[in-house]
Design a protein. Structure first.
Lengths: 518, 437
């Protein structure tokens, strides 16, 4: 039997497959981008995604604000009265809150602007991997950190090392201030090692459960004592006096281990290779990979010395990656759903607060992962609650109606009020949202879309970017050709209500189960 | 014929549950609804279970405090709650002072404390231990992925229980963004509801008079079996075949379930103003919604609420106080609400956490992951009081409290004596029932 990851025959790489690649290695794109990538050919297309330029990313405003140290803050407020001090504290909190919202927006905008070949723009795979690592090594702004600067610092670390080897990534991680504070290692001391980080480092970040004993957790915790943070400027600091220099036996190896030894030993474990390979397959290819595939991919990852770039190149060039099993097999994460939709619409982020709010409602509030194991992903994105919010999110994108606006419970509001809000929302956002007719005219596409079917097929291609069943197309065409009296009319770019009708059509596409998958 | 979901939904709302037979006439009602509607009951007289999950590992020793045990104060030099500050339950145990709102419940026998609840071979990972509590499976060995309540739902759907519920969607409702694994089941029932306001699909075609047409097509796209999504021309690879149809089917079932149940839920929630005052907290919001649904005769039998934040590795004292105060005030308001609406006889509340915390405090003013801890039961018809002995701090397991009662004995009692199910069937084996309900 040939290897499961044998390459796709080069002549089979078409725009549909390029679109699939863009969804998985990035955040989707326009149909034109897919077509351009297809023209490059499979090898050059994958190369354009993986070998992105390693230029430094300018920091967003807000996150670069010099951090006022706790000491300086206390100094500043020490002579103030109680209420003024309270106010200074609240101001600082508000500044940080605004900072993290700006940071979210900055990152989402990078995702939206990303394209391959990047040509100076953000690289899709780099941002996608940053999102992957952010979920895999989840730290949240909430509760313990509550500062924008360390969250940006961590985000930048994931971005810079996105394609690095796993040992290198872990070495960065055990020195990452946000992580060390988030999992309590910053205050772990040799007298009482805090086990939180040590445990999650194995359970969630590398080997998975069942590959270490409670004694290994204790040994790792002792080895990691001293990896701490200077809370004054949020820099990494090794605290010698807190470190346990004694001998530890960790995963069968005995020595005076420190954090780097823990990383080395973790990366020598077969369990780590398998665990990470499975994570990559589930993120990029499909959930529940077959044992044979997992085995073959693990061997490949090991052979690459746990370096991610060449491993992903093989995946993205494989026939399996483009097979029926892998096509439409992944539930889009809310971030991919939102950014992908904006890319297909070819519009900018309409209102940053509403977008970040909508992402929170859909369950993926970046910089605020819900738990230390990040976002569960896959089918876990879907339940009755999330699915409806996704569908209504489409309504927001198209018409400016935020899902958050539907206040019925605990209020006197009625369906009538909702309708008013709907109309008001539409009016206020009319200038900033999508205008399909203008786009078609500007690009000259309006002359090529003659029949109702042409237009429907065009939007299926822009948004779903894959062949659809006849049934699905017929339903969408049925809507496009319905008139207000319930009769039949043709659908044309020249219709007075073309924009509204098109938004209604795209709302249906985005409210289909099919659109949830990529 | 213009048969839209909108019409179906109106029909549903006006005819109500008792008139559910009418629904079989509509071609647009999901098949699962009509199937179970045949055996519909009113739901107004059946027992209800509310689960409160305290996520993160609640510090049991600082919740029910063994103030007469010197070992407690030795292990907790800074975090120990002074005997005088506790709310005495007897001459050995006292409640954390912030649980004051619940003291009256305890004194009247309407709160049960089940000491040292846990399971053999305790797992100290949040996710593993939570999974054990949710699935009611052993710590070691193969684990069923479906939850203990999900398996109860499955048993209901097979008609094994005489108290059949009106539709599958409303068998269980959990508040929060994600469905708890405890609800996971074969029949794809149960709802996760974060905000009932957003629990509907809003057509956008109304400005051009196309809302109805759009809604009709939306229904077809999302109704299981209404249209075919099958594609022919995709390549397959030796031995590995596609699974897209199952995924799409799952999405469709989820959508239909949500839309029909959401309309009914909102109809109840928006109807009347509640008179009981609830504190302002996430948990209180969840419990208030549950109380309203119960008052509105919603046919759900199992509700699930979640309160997070109990993973107190550092600087625990303040945050734990705040959490316990919230739990106590919210639960007390809920119980009072149920009494006011005369439903307190048919509701039981069970509160649990995935583990307790280590006996010895750590150097960060917190506590690390531990093992056994108290479980709580509330309600007018439960067997209140203290169950089991105080934690034995002389006889620890790896520095943690040893379990004396298996939490599944509590589940068994709830399933058999409260929900009228067969715990042996649901849990897959026989557990000796705890005498708590």
């Amino acid at each position: 039997m040939p290897p499961l990851l044998s390459p796709l025959p080069k002549n089979e790489f078409d725009a549909y497959k390029a679109a699939h690649l863009l969804w998985r290695a990035g955040f989707g794109g326009t149909w034109d981008e897919a077509a351009t990538l297809a023209k490059l050919g499979l090898d050059a297309a994958v190369d354009a995604l993986i070998n992105f330029p390693k230029t430094p990313v300018p920091a967003p405003e807000g996150a670069t604000l010099p951090v006022e140290s706790e000491k300086a803050f206390q100094e500043r407020v020490k002579n103030l009265g109680e209420s003024e001090r309270q106010k200074a504290q609240e101001d600082r909190q508000a500044r940080e809150r605004n900072g993290i919202t700006d940071l979210k927006y900055w990152w989402l905008k990078r995702m939206l602007d990303s394209t391959a070949p990047s040509g100076g723009k953000p690289a899709p795979l780099q941002e996608k991997l940053t999102l992957f690592w952010h979920s895999h090594f989840a730290s949240s702004y909430a509760d313990k950190i509550e500062r924008t600067y360390p969250m940006w610092q961590q985000n930048e670390m994931f971005r810079e090392h996105a394609l690095d080897s796993f040992p290198e990534m872990l070495k960065q991680l055990i020195r990452n201030p946000a992580m060390l504070v988030w999992l309590d290692n910053a205050q772990s001391r040799r007298e009482h090692p805090n086990e939180n980080f040590a445990r999650e480092l194995m359970e969630l970040f590398s080997t998975g459960v069942g590959h270490y004993s409670e004694n290994d957790v204790k040994a790792a915790a002792r080895s990691l004592t001293g990896n701490s943070v200077d809370r004054d400027d949020w820099s990494y600091r090794f605290r010698k006096d807190a470190h346990d220099f004694g001998q530890k036996t960790y995963l069968g190896q005995t020595g005076n281990w420190d954090g780097d030894d823990v990383v080395r030993i973790i990366c020598e474990q077969d369990a780590t290779v398998t665990f990470m390979t499975k994570k990559f397959l589930e993120f990029f290819v499909y959930e529940n990979p077959e044992p044979a595939l997992l085995e073959e991919a693990s061997a490949l990852y090991r052979a690459q010395g746990l370096a991610l770039g060449p491993f992903l190149a093989t995946l993205f060039k494989s026939e399996l990656f483009y097979s029926q099993r892998a096509t439409s097999a992944i539930v889009k994460s809310p971030v991919v759903l939102a950014i992908g939709a904006l890319k297909s619409m070819r519009v900018d982020i309409p209102q940053k607060d509403v977008l970040t709010n909508a992402l929170r409602l859909m369950g993926q509030d970046v910089f605020f992962p819900p738990e230390v194991n990040g976002w569960p992903g896959g089918m876990a994105w879907i339940n009755s609650n999330m699915l409806l919010i996704r569908y209504n999110f489409a309504n927001y994108l198209l018409h400016g109606v935020s899902p958050d606006e539907f206040k019925v419970f605990n209020q006197k509001t009625t369906a009538g009020t909702m309708r008013r809000q709907f109309v008001q929302g539409q009016r206020s956002l009319n200038e900033t949202v999508w205008s399909p007719r203008k786009q078609l005219k500007d690009s000259g596409m309006n002359r090529k879309l003659i029949t109702s079917g042409d237009i429907v097929d065009y939007y299926i291609k822009q948004f779903l970017q894959r062949p659809v069943s006849r049934d699905l197309r017929d339903q969408l065409l049925g809507f496009a050709e319905t008139d207000a009296a319930g009769g039949h009319k043709s659908y044309s770019v020249e219709d007075t209500n073309f924009d509204e009708r098109t938004k209604g059509l795209v709302h249906l596409i985005m409210s289909s189960p099919d659109y949830q998958l990529c | 014929m213009k048969n839209t979901l909108l019409q179906t939904r109106r029909e549903f709302l006006t005819t109500g549950i008792k008139g559910i037979g009418l629904l079989t006439a509509s071609a647009y009602v999901p098949a699962f609804l009509t199937r179970t509607a045949m055996a519909a009951g009113t739901g107004t007289d059946s027992k209800i279970l509310v689960v409160i999950q305290l996520s993160g590992g609640n510090d049991g020793l600082n919740t029910v405090i063994p103030f007469a045990d010197d070992l407690y104060y030795k292990a907790r030099p800074t975090l120990g709650i002074k005997a005088g500050a506790t709310l005495k339950l007897n001459d050995y145990l006292g409640l954390h002072p912030d649980l004051a709102p619940l003291k009256g419940e305890f004194d009247q026998g309407k709160m049960a404390i089940i000491e040292n609840a846990g399971y053999p071979n305790p797992n100290r990972s949040h996710f593993q231990s939570m999974e054990i509590w949710h699935t009611a499976e052993d710590a070691n060995g193969p684990r069923e992925i479906n939850g203990w309540l999900g398996r109860y739902f499955d048993a209901q759907c097979q008609g094994a229980d005489p108290h059949v519920i009106a539709d599958k969607g409303s068998l269980g409702i959990s508040f929060g963004k994600v469905m708890p694994q405890a609800f996971r089941n074969r029949s794809n029932v149960g709802l996760a509801v974060d905000n009932p306001d957003t629990f509907q699909w809003n057509a956008s075609g109304e400005t051009i008079g196309l809302a109805k047409a759009q809604e009709a097509i939306f229904t077809k796209l999302n109704k299981p079996g209404a249209i075919s999504n099958a594609m022919q021309n995709l390549s397959t690879l030796g031995g590995i075949t596609g699974n897209e149809p199952e995924t799409l089917d799952f999405l469709k079932h989820t959508a239909m379930n949500a839309i029909v149940s959401g309309d009914r839920m909102r109809a109840i929630l928006s109807k009347k103003k509640d008179h009981t005052a609830y504190p302002s907290s996430n948990l209180a919001n969840q419990l208030e919604m549950i109380a309203k649904l119960i008052a509105g005769n919603f046919p759900t039998r199992v509700y699930y609420a979640v309160q997070g934040g109990f993973d107190t590795h550092a600087n625990q004292a303040m945050s734990h106080s705040r959490l316990l105060r919230d739990v106590a005030e919210s639960t007390r308001a809920f119980l009072q609400d149920l009494r006011a609406q005369k439903n307190s006889d048919r509701v039981a509340v069970v509160a649990f956490s995935e583990f307790g915390r280590r006996v010895a405090e750590n150097a960060s003013g917190g506590t690390d992951h531990g093992a056994a801890a108290p479980m709580f039961l509330f309600g007018d018809k439960i067997k209140g009081g203290l169950h089991g002995n105080p934690p034995d701090l002389k006889n620890l397991v790896d520095g943690d409290v040893r379990h004396q009662i298996d939490f599944r004995q509590v589940y068994a009692a709830v399933l058999d004596n409260w929900l009228g199910a067969s715990s042996e069937k649901v849990l897959g084996r026989k557990f000796e029932k705890a005498a708590v309900i």
